[in-house]
Design a protein around this ligand. Structure first.
Ligand code: NAD
Length: 260
């Protein structure tokens, strides 16, 4: 499939995990990619992998902290200067933060997680939607989480930020549908990436793999999701095939969020 031939797509958090997997799928389908991350080494790694799957893929790498508004404005401006348009945007960079009970959850930690996961997503939408409104088309996928639609526990900052991402998604979907723009969110369960490894290390230390085996026993499919499974979903949602899906929050979690 070449759903992204001549399409320009921005991916934040593109240097690792889900952002990298989505970038690879989009590259295979012909996208011109603007890859954004705070970690330059991660971006270099993604660029190398992109070239392995799509040797002709055009890429623009931008090192930026999504929690800083001017840096977000800058990567959006750089995209328009280089490519003249933005067809699609995966607003994905995020962190989990430390796990702790609410009473012990540090205020600084709370603010840090919210500033990246929620402020960062807001800045991204603010600047990208302005461009898309002028164009009269575009699609945005925000990365929320099962932690944005359910209580998980020990994650005050993460829960607040991801529930906020769901709210921002629905709000902007209602505002911008009439301009030919769709805004949706994905709510992944546990997908095996460096973030989830870090989370399991918080639970199990050096025995994190054992902690992972126990963790997935609670999932109906008894496994972690794979980053490429997120790549397939994101590519569909960002393509014009999914234009009429607007404001939806799509779980991809093996059924975990439907269980009680
Ligand atoms: P990851 O740690 O593998 O990748 C996250 C990337 O974001 C990294 O490359 C990191 O450098 C980048 N990043 C972090 N802070 C940034 C900042 N301030 N500015 C720019 N870039 C920054 O994690 P992942 O699992 O790929 O997570 C990606 C997104 O998916 C996050 O929003 C996360 O909350 C969400 N998510 C992940 C899972 C999962 O199970 N992996 C589940 C639900 C939601």
């Amino acid at each position: 499939m070449n759903r992204f031939e001549e399409k320009v797509v921005i991916v934040t958090g593109a240097g690792s995990g889900l952002g990298q997997a989505a970038a690879l799928q989009l590259a295979k389908e012909g996208a011109k990619l603007v890859l954004v991350d705070i970690n330059q080494a991660g971006l270099d790694d993604t660029k190398k992998k992109v070239q392995e799957v799509a040797s002709n893929a055009e890429t623009l790498l931008v090192t930026a902290n999504v929690a800083t508004e001017s840096e977000v404005e800058n990567f959006v401006n750089q995209t328009v200067e280089r490519f003249g348009k933005i067809d699609a945007f995966l607003n994905n960079a995020g962190v989990e933060g430390k796990q702790d009970l609410t009473e012990d959850y540090g205020v600084d930690e709370f603010q840090k997680v919210v500033s990246i996961n929620l402020n960062g997503v807001f800045y991204g939408m603010k600047y990208v939607l302005k461009v898309m409104k002028e164009q009269g088309y575009g699609s945005i996928v925000n990365t929320a989480s099962v932690g944005g639609i359910r209580g998980v526990g020990n994650q005050s900052g993460y829960a607040a930020s991801k529930h906020g991402v769901v709210g921002l998604t629905r709000n902007s979907a209602v505002e911008y549908g009439e301009y030919g723009i769709s805004v949706k969110a994905i709510a992944p369960g546990a997908i095996m990436t460096p973030m989830v490894e870090g989370s399991l290390r918080q639970i199990g230390g050096d025995n994190w793999e054992e902690a992972g085996k126990q963790f997935v026993q609670g999932n109906p499919m008894k496994r972690f999701g794979k980053p490429e499974e997120i790549g397939y979903l994101v590519a569909f949602l960002l393509s014009t095939q999914a234009d009429f899906i607007n404001g939806a929050v799509i779980p991809i979690d093996g059924g975990q969020s439907y269980k009680y």
